[in-house]
Design a protein around this ligand. Structure first.
Ligand code: HGY
Ligand code: MN
Ligand code: MN
Ligand code: MN
Length: 410
């Protein structure tokens, strides 16, 4: 089946679906805030479900709240080609992170309907639950559940930052499903790069080599609550000061192990969180990343070593690893196929690693998977300033569409 040089997909229809989703949970500065399983997430899920139903897809929801939209093929005995990403965002999220990939899947289904193209194998779109891991931990919850990577696979392995319960929230928003996910042969994820590499290189299409490993830890420091006014400075066990000293010392030592390691303390919890009480308990939530698991292991050992001096000073100290997504590499044949499609459409492409984590890391462990990036302006993401050019959005979707059509042949 050869396709005319004219595009199959409709870039303005794709653009308007992205902007329509972005309006849900809109925040100042053209950003979005749709934390997973909130009313805003529900609204986006409902709209996605409405659109894919209108496009003739069968909708299934599994027990992690992942939504699958399945477009039948000529042979439904064949496993589906799956296209996915996520609709949840960071608290100060942009309009494209995750949304681009789910809406690109929808646009491909719509385009194939318009063109009257029947694929051999079914094509499915997925919206993964809680990719961002803001409200519930670990991140990538839905795709971890899909590949059996959640320890226990039940609520005991999903913690929340606001006291809510994952499965109760799924039920509350009407997405506590029990459907069996579709069998899949291949996974594609289109995503903004969230970094500056493609823009600096003047490339439109990023062919992602792989994703660095990501580990999350809850590091707890226990001191003693005490009065801010009556307690002399030399008679305190201030858990926040202990945590601050620890964080700075750990960061320097980790960079000595490997300057490419990524260490982020993005979340700090202090108890009792009162201006005039010395905090007795502080929790640092650490996001640690690197492409090499041996480096991650060495840094993890350092994490424990750095806590020993605090114990000698009388502080409680504990580490709980709450997420471990292994480094992923993508399928060589699929990368070559994407590169071939991009050059057939005379789009400049570049191979690069992904600094950001993605559901595709989990999928790559179970099926041949590939990721396509498009440029992010100034490399900014997880910020309302996140922006990608409409032309790049359209080009990326057209490349994805043709790569998916290749993969959906029997
Ligand atoms: O954290 C990440 O890398 C992804 O953007 N959620
Ligand atoms: Mn994302
Ligand atoms: Mn993100
Ligand atoms: Mn992703």
């Amino acid at each position: 089946m050869t396709h005319s040089a004219a595009t199959l997909t409709n870039s303005s229809r794709l653009w308007s679906s992205i902007m329509r989703i972005a309006e849900i949970g809109a925040i100042e500065g053209n950003g979005s805030c749709r934390l997973s399983l909130t009313d805003e997430d529900k609204e986006a899920r409902d709209l996605f479900r409405f659109w894919v139903t209108a496009a003739g897809c069968e909708v299934r929801v599994d027990n992690f709240g992942n939504i699958y939209a399945i477009r039948p093929g000529a042979r439904d005995d064949l496993p589906a080609v799956l296209i996915g990403s996520h609709l949840d965002t960071q608290p100060h999220g942009g309009r494209f992170d995750g949304v681009l990939g789910v809406m690109a899947g929808l646009e491909i289904v719509r385009a194939l309907n318009d063109a009257g193209i029947e694929t051999e194998a079914p094509i499915a779109i997925v919206n993964w639950t809680n990719e961002e891991g803001v409200r519930f931990k670990p991140g990538l919850t839905g795709s971890c559940g899909f590949v059996g990577a959640l320890p226990g696979g039940d609520e005991s392995s999903i913690s929340s930052s606001d006291g809510s319960r994952y499965y109760a929230e799924l039920a509350r928003i009407g997405y506590a499903g029990q459907d069996r996910p579709p069998q899949i042969s291949t996974y594609f994820e289109m995503h903004i790069e969230q970094g500056p590499v493609l823009e600096n290189a003047g490339a439109t299409i990023g062919i992602v080599e792989g994703v660095q490993g990501v580990r999350w830890f809850e590091i707890d420091f226990l001191g003693q609550d005490a009065h801010a006014g009556t307690t002399p400075m030399n008679n305190r066990r201030d858990s926040f000061l202990a945590a601050s000293r620890y964080a700075l010392g750990f960061l320097e030592r980790a960079m000595d192990i490997d300057p490419d390691v990524r260490v982020t303390f993005g979340r700090v919890e202090v108890e009792p969180n009162s201006t005039n009480t010395i905090p007795g308990r502080t929790r640092l939530v650490l996001d640690l990343r690197h492409i090499d698991e041996h480096v991650l292991d060495r840094v993890e050992r350092l994490m424990a070593d750095q806590g020993e001096p605090l114990k000698k000073l009388g502080f409680g100290f504990s580490i709980n690893r709450i997420m471990n997504v292994r480094p992923a590499s993508f399928n060589r044949d699929l990368k070559d196929a994407v590169e071939k499609v991009a050059s057939s459409l005379s789009m400049p492409s570049l191979r690069l690693p992904s600094g950001a984590m993605h559901d595709a890391s989990n999928l790559a462990a179970v099926v041949p998977s590939a990721m396509i990036f498009i440029p992010s302006r100034n490399g900014i993401s997880h910020n309302p300033l996140e922006w990608s050019e409409p032309m790049h959005v359209g080009d990326g979707c057209e490349v994805l569409c043709r790569a998916v059509l290749e993969a959906a042949k029997a």
